[in-house]
Design a protein around this ligand. Structure first.
Ligand code: GDP
Length: 195
């Protein structure tokens, strides 16, 4: 689906470090522990490509991956740490705002939400930020294998009702399990379609 090299490109800590805006770009956001690293590894077919080491100190980077020769996949720092120091949170929010508002080639954000927990207030804050930056975002439910089939409709109802006030929300949800492989091909195809 993505011809060419899929690899880690670089970690960025300031707008000046962004690679040239010469490809279609998508970004991934989500609370820490949502399963973002695991999903990126499943999506790229490269175990260990996105490191799952999420300590507040060393994950304030925007991590760029190439998806073949046509797309960048951008891994945004996980949010919602209970004990992240305020200066770190503020620095990251500033970079995030600049990135979202200023990146011309950014086509869509994928906001990852743990299917067991649904949309939390911190997710809602990020979605509001995406509304302000006019970045279309699509919700990706993770760890769907952890939810009983009888509970899935409740989760979907909660997520849909939380999304409805957000003008930038793309209505279709993608249900994934990195463990079982569900939804990975759909997510990959969705990204590939964005030009
Ligand atoms: P991150 O902090 O968002 O990068 O989260 P990780 O990718 O490190 O995942 C957090 C935890 O959730 C790890 O223990 C993963 O093994 C687990 N996990 C991730 N994806 C799935 C999934 O699809 N199903 C299940 N059951 N567990 C998952």
């Amino acid at each position: 689906l993505f011809a060419g090299q899929t690899d880690f490109l670089k970690g960025v800590v300031a707008m000046s470090g962004l690679p040239p805006a010469d490809r279609t770009e998508v970004c991934f956001a989500g609370r820490s522990n949502v399963g973002k690293s695991t999903l990126i590894n499943a999506l790229t077919g490269r175990k260990g490509l996105a490191r799952a080491s999420n300590t507040p100190g060393r994950t304030q980077e925007i991590n760029y991956f190439t998806l073949g020769d046509s797309h960048y996949l951008v891994d945004l720092p996980g949010y919602g740490y209970a004990n992240a120091p305020l200066p770190i949170v503020e620095k990251w929010q500033k970079l995030l705002k600049s990135y979202l508002a200023g990146r011309q080639t950014l086509r869509r954000a994928f906001v990852l939400v743990d299917a067991r927990h649904g949309i939390k207030p911190v997710d809602d804050e990020i979605m509001t930020l995406l509304d302000s930056a006019a970045v279309t975002f699509q919700c990706v439910l993770t760890k769907i294998d952890k939810v009983k089939s009888t509970q899935i409709d409740n989760v979907l109802d909660q997520v849909r009702s939380k999304l409805s006030p957000h003008p930038a929300a793309f209505p279709e949800l993608i249900l994934t399990s990195s463990e079982k492989g569900d939804g990975i091909a759909t997510l990959r195809a969705t990204i590939a379609t964005l030009k």
